[in-house]
Design a protein around this ligand. Structure first.
Ligand code: ADP
Ligand code: ZN
Length: 726
């Protein structure tokens, strides 16, 4: 018996399959998808068995399988199939696709040190008669008490072994058994309040229910607060009644504790939560719960799409427009695509939900590739908040650089009314750059092509790309002048401004205040309990939060996302403004939104003001059509990196030429150009953008290109099919 074993060697993920022979003693353990240990050169490595066969001609030179690691396969049939599909569509290596599906404990790699926690229990080790006889004659109350307790409970969990236990064990009356324990337990915080679905919600639920065994992809377009989450729960409830299982993806789980809480309150311990904050061991615990069928619902971020549930009945992807559903390093899979593959495999629907669907998804709904479902109104019939746009060009003339007069007045009004305020500023730190007043020198990162951000809390300058930091210099490193000027505005500065202007309890939520485990949840919980009046932060505050006392949302600078050089910057701006606006006025008191901008006439801001998704969609689509971008053209990004500026430049040009020669004539190759951030961490970044509609030659060309550069040391090429950003 022989096997093909897929192994991972080296940093560049390259597929390597090797044939090994299976010694007689291991033959009955070998299965496809199981992990084995094999020797490779001088080392022992782990790999996956990919195929099994009986004929091979060069017996003598083959090495044996050293050990079979698992009692049963780690990769099941479906996973093996998914891996191949992901390789086909994203041009990744097969091994990287498989590794991405598994928790660390199960990846094929040596030296993973993940322990399984075991709990100890006492159980009776004798027949009733013997025990009763012992109890009758026993003179020690402690022993009696313990024995009776074990009899009552059948199993008694213990944390230490005392002398009473020792004695009873010595007499052979009881024994200790161990059981695997799970470390993480989602907490229920209150009871589930059943809501009666309104007519629109019921329609959506009924449609999906009627097609629960069809692999249809639905796009649920429902405005913020329209009750999408209730719809998800109702459909999952139905799926459970059919004895099937469900996956629900959320953009990032630590940012959505409220939604997860609602699920836990309704479905209790029938849920595994694949939380990004879990340790590797905890994650492995959750994985085992799923694999053993002990839970029927899995909630998690992107990688939860691979949850090894059998008998899937529904896959839900909330906030489907979020770019984090696509992994932005190798393997660059998109969880939405994997969801659709799994839905075909299990014959179940996919439900994509959003208040601001991605243009690609909405276009697919228009072409009936997806089926559109809508929730046009807020569930409680409250109106969407009123949105005001403030032209900051006018405000700065009156000296208001950070907060406009109107925003200041409105904040004060909410404070007087004991209501709450959310303020969005999409940039952390204190100021975004420091410039010399004399020579105009900007202090930049020595490793990257961007200016350093001043952080007042830690009193240093930091690079938001590579993490480099240094003290703020007293004099300009260029001309020696002493005065420096802060430019731009970050969350720290905003917090300071608010503290100066208002007598309010303020909490800041950004990457710097949430690095500790559980910090997000704590901020959200405290704000929910009105320990604070104002929550300010980066875009992490925009998603999924539901605070009834919030009646004012302020966007300090709507232009931060607009000025990014990417064809999706308008779309991102529109989505962010709608999302954050949706946090206002979700309960009894009407909400108000104030958007400050230097581009008050920009269409993405105007449509966000009117909550007009369709209007935005039409206008943006016509622009994409004119410029030849997604969804009219498919896009693939070829990134070329090198530590060597010149070598990178040469190869980028070579690659550009190679592409132009080897693609269909209708395909457009842009570049090579410098990437938007040219130098990151001392590595130079070039890129080519490929735009195409239908190109039968392209895939093979890209595979060839990839193969050429896999063996190159000084140049790295990465191919990003369908990139989320350019
Ligand atoms: P979305 O996910 O679309 O933002 P949610 O499901 O969070 O909306 O619903 C918004 C609010 O409306 C929640 O507080 C929810 O409990 C409430 N809600 C949802 N559906 C109903 C309903 N049918 N009747 C009353 N309240 C509802
Ligand atoms: Zn840097």
């Amino acid at each position: 018996m022989y096997v093909n074993v897929l192994v991972e060697i080296g940093a560049k993920s390259v597929d390597r399959e090797f044939v090994y022979f299976v010694p007689e003693s291991l033959q009955n353990q070998i299965q496809i998808g199981i992990r084995v240990k094999v020797s490779f050169g001088k080392q022992t490595i782990e790999g996956f068995v990919i195929s099994i066969f009986n004929d091979y001609h060069e017996d003598m030179s083959l090495k044996p399988i050293i050990e079979v690691i698992d009692p049963e396969p780690i990769l099941n049939k479906e996973m093996i199939y998914l891996g191949k599909q992901i390789k086909e569509t994203t041009l990744c290596s097969l091994i990287s696709a498989y590794q991405a599906m598994l928790p660390k404990a199960l990846k094929a790699s040596i030296n993973t040190n993940i322990n399984i926690k075991e709990d100890k229990y006492l159980v009776i080790n004798q027949d009733n008669q013997t025990i009763n006889a012992y109890l009758e004659h026993c003179r020690y109350p402690k022993q009696k008490e313990l024995l009776e307790e074990i009899i009552k409970r059948q199993e008694l969990k213990i944390t230490r072994i005392d002398s009473t236990i020792k004695t009873l064990i010595k007499h052979g009356l009881i024994k200790i058994i161990t059981k695997e324990a799970y470390r993480f337990q989602a907490k229920e915080d209150n009871h589930y309040h059943e809501v009666k679905l309104n007519k629109d919600q019921q329609n959506v639920v009924d449609t999906v229910k009627a097609n629960i065994t069809n692999p249809i992809t639905y796009l649920l377009y429902g405005v913020t607060g329209s009750g999408k989450t209730e719809v998800y729960m109702e459909i999952i409830n139905y799926v459970l009644s059919l004895n099937k299982t469900a996956i629900m993806l959320v953009p990032e789980i630590s940012l959505t504790p409220q939604i997860v809480g609602r699920f836990v309150n309704r479905f209790h311990d029938n849920i595994a939560i694949l939380h990004s904050g879990l340790s590797d061991s905890e994650r492995y615990d959750e994985y085992r719960k799923i694999k053993r069928g002990e839970v029927k619902i899995v909630i998690g971020a992107r990688s939860a799409i691979f949850a090894p549930l059998d008998n899937l009945g529904i896959i839900i992807i909330d906030e489907e427009h979020t770019s984090t559903y696509k992994q932005d390093n190798h393997p660059r899979y998109n969880a939405k695509d994997v969801a659709i593959l799994r839905s075909k495999y299990h014959r179940c629907p996919v439900l994509l939900g959003s208040a601001t669907p991605s243009l690609e998804s909405f276009a697919k709904a228009g072409n009936h590739v997806y089926q559109l479902l809508t929730l046009p109104k807020r569930a409680n019939n409250k109106p969407l908040p009123h949105v005001n746009i403030i032209d900051m060009k006018q405000e700065v003339k009156t000296g208001n650089f950070i907060l406009s007069k109107q925003l200041q007045e409105q904040i004060q009004k909410r404070l007087d009314n004991k209501e709450q305020v959310i303020l969005l500023l999409n940039r952390r730190g204190y100021s975004s750059m420091i410039t010399c007043r004399n020579c105009g020198h900007v202090i930049k990162c020595p490793n990257c092509d961007i200016s350093l951000t001043y952080h007042k809390t830690s009193d240093n300058l930091r690079c938001h790309y590579c993490g480099y930091n240094q003290k703020r210099p007293n004099i300009c490193p260029e001309c020696g002048h002493e005065e420096a000027k802060d430019f731009g505005l970050g969350t720290e500065r905003l917090e300071e401004e608010i503290n100066q202007k208002f007598n309010a309890r303020v909490i800041r939520m950004d990457l710097d205040t949430t690095s500790k485990k559980g910090a997000h949840e704590k901020i959200i919980e405290d704000f929910g309990n009105h320990k604070y009046d104002i929550l300010l932060g980066t875009q992490m505050i925009a998603k999924g939060l539901d605070f009834p006392l919030v009646t004012l949302v302020g966007v300090i600078n709507a232009d931060t996302t607009l000025n990014v050089p990417d064809f999706r910057s308008s779309e991102r701006t529109f989505q962010l403004l709608c999302q954050v606006s949706g946090r206002a006025g979700r309960s009894d008191n009407p909400g108000e939104v104030i958007i400050q901008t230097y581009n008050p006439d920009h269409y993405s801001i105007k449509y966000a003001q009117k909550h007009d998704y369709l209007g935005f969609y039409k206008e943006e689509m016509s622009i994409r059509k004119k410029l030849g971008y997604s969804p009219y053209y498919y896009i693939t990004l070829v990134k070329i990196y090198s530590k060597d500026y010149k070598l990178g430049f040469e190869h980028a040009n070579k690659i550009g030429d190679y592409l132009r020669k080897n693609v269909d004539e209708t395909t457009i190759i842009l570049g090579p150009t410098m990437a938007p951030i040219f130098k990151i961490n001392n590595i130079y970044n070039y890129q080519c953008i490929i735009k195409y509609r239908k190109d039968p030659k392209l895939k093979q060309t890209l595979i060839n290109l990839d193969n050429i550069y896999k063996t190159e040391n000084k140049i790295n090429v990465e191919i990003d099919v369908d990139p989320t950003r350019l």
